[in-house]
Design a protein around this ligand. Structure first.
Ligand code: G3H
Ligand code: 13P
Ligand code: ZN
Length: 333
């Protein structure tokens, strides 16, 4: 048993309370490798932004849970070395699907876990979430739960269609589970293809897809039922077209990739939405930079020469999200 407190990590409780009061959101960035982690920490340290490092089941399988935990511990030290006196870094399990996986993360030094019972029948989601909350709270680990279904792929679960969160369920769910935050479905989804072309309109000038708006009426209704309760948005990548273009111009094939427009995320960040999940944009930044190097310098075979530019591009992206979209800069001196 390792306590996250010994590793210099923090849970989400205070972060979220301050974010709701201050009208900004905390970035939750997924990481799977050293370059992503370096970029996240550099961007957070340089902007003094609290940050949530997210580890999915896929990341645990790819990078090894033990190594990831030591990487997070190293990240705290790295942040200090970069001059961030009081780093506020949370290590969070993204989309935990069983009690056992959540327990193993709590026992292993995570400061926050998500139990995603959103694909289960309502009462089963409540029972599972409650069990995780009861365990995690003994160690002051915070718990995110989910109600409503996002379209797209979540680890092994694929949903064809999204089902918006039902506002009439949220009081009962939050009260009976004791969860600390709630992920809701208002039209976001995972991955780089968030909407089908037929759900969008097209910009007559560029031919690019213009996505439909998020269901802010559902968010408003949830906030009315649970005033001041921390709300989470998954699937919040914007799929920057400049990365899609670089990828496509350098041998890639991402037709009609589309994300959530930044102005909608800016609006959400000012509300009780206090955690915004971003993974795909970082993958796109990484891939765009790597493809460019491979295309321009076919003789290059030193991974530092293409992972380095990828890391720089991700740092730029994370800083942009923090400063221009979420407004979390300067909130963790
Ligand atoms: O929930 C989706 C996240 O982007 C994690 O993706 O399961 O491929 O690591 P992953
Ligand atoms: P994106 O695929 O939009 O980056 O969403 C990531 C996410 O929600 C991780 O849980
Ligand atoms: Zn997610």
């Amino acid at each position: 048993m390792v306590s996250y407190k010994e590793l210099g990590l923090v849970n989400t409780r205070e972060m979220f309370a301050k974010a709701i009061d201050g009208g900004y959101a905390i970035p939750a960035f997924n990481f799977n490798n050293m370059e992503q982690l370096q970029a996240i920490i550099k961007a957070s340290a340089e902007t003094k932004s609290p940050v949530i490092l997210q580890v999915s089941k896929g990341a645990r399988n790819y990078a090894n849970q033990t190594l990831l935990r030591y990487m997070a511990q190293g990240a705290v030290e790295y942040a200090k070395e970069l001059g961030w006196e009081h780093p506020q870094i949370c290590l969070h399990l993204d989309h935990g699907d069983t009690f056992e996986v959540c327990k193993s993360c709590v026992d292993y030094g995570f400061s926050s876990v998500m139990i995603d019972g959103s694909s289960l029948p309502y009462e089963e989601n409540i029972a599972l979430t409650k069990k995780v909350v009861e365990y995690a709270h003994q160690f002051d680990v915070t718990v995110e739960a989910e109600l409503g279904v996002l379209a797209g792929v979540e680890d092994d679960v694929v949903a064809e269609e999204s089902h918006y969160t039902k506002p009439e369920e949220v009081i009962d769910f939050a009260t009976r589970t004791g969860c600390d935050s709630l992920a809701i479905s208002i039209g976001t989804s995972h991955g780089a293809y968030k909407f089908k072309p037929e759900q969008c309109t097209r910009d007559p000038q560029t031919g690019k897809l213009i996505p439909p708006p998020l269901a802010f009426d559902v968010l408003d209704a949830v906030m009315e039922k649970l005033p001041g309760f921390p709300i989470v948005l998954h699937g919040s990548s914007s799929v920057p077209q400049e990365y899609v273009d670089i990828i496509n111009e350098n041998g890639g094939k991402l037709p009609d990739a589309v994300g959530i427009p930044e102005e909608q995320l800016r609006k959400a960040a000012k509300s009780a939405v206090c955690k915004i999940n971003i993974d795909s944009d970082s993958r796109l930044a990484f891939t765009a930079a790597v493809r460019k190097v491979f295309n321009e310098k076919p003789g290059e075979f030193d991974p530092r020469k293409y992972c380095g530019p990828a890391r720089d591009e991700m740092t730029k992206l994370y800083k942009h999200k923090i400063i221009e979209v979420l407004g979390s800069d300067g909130k963790a001196e």
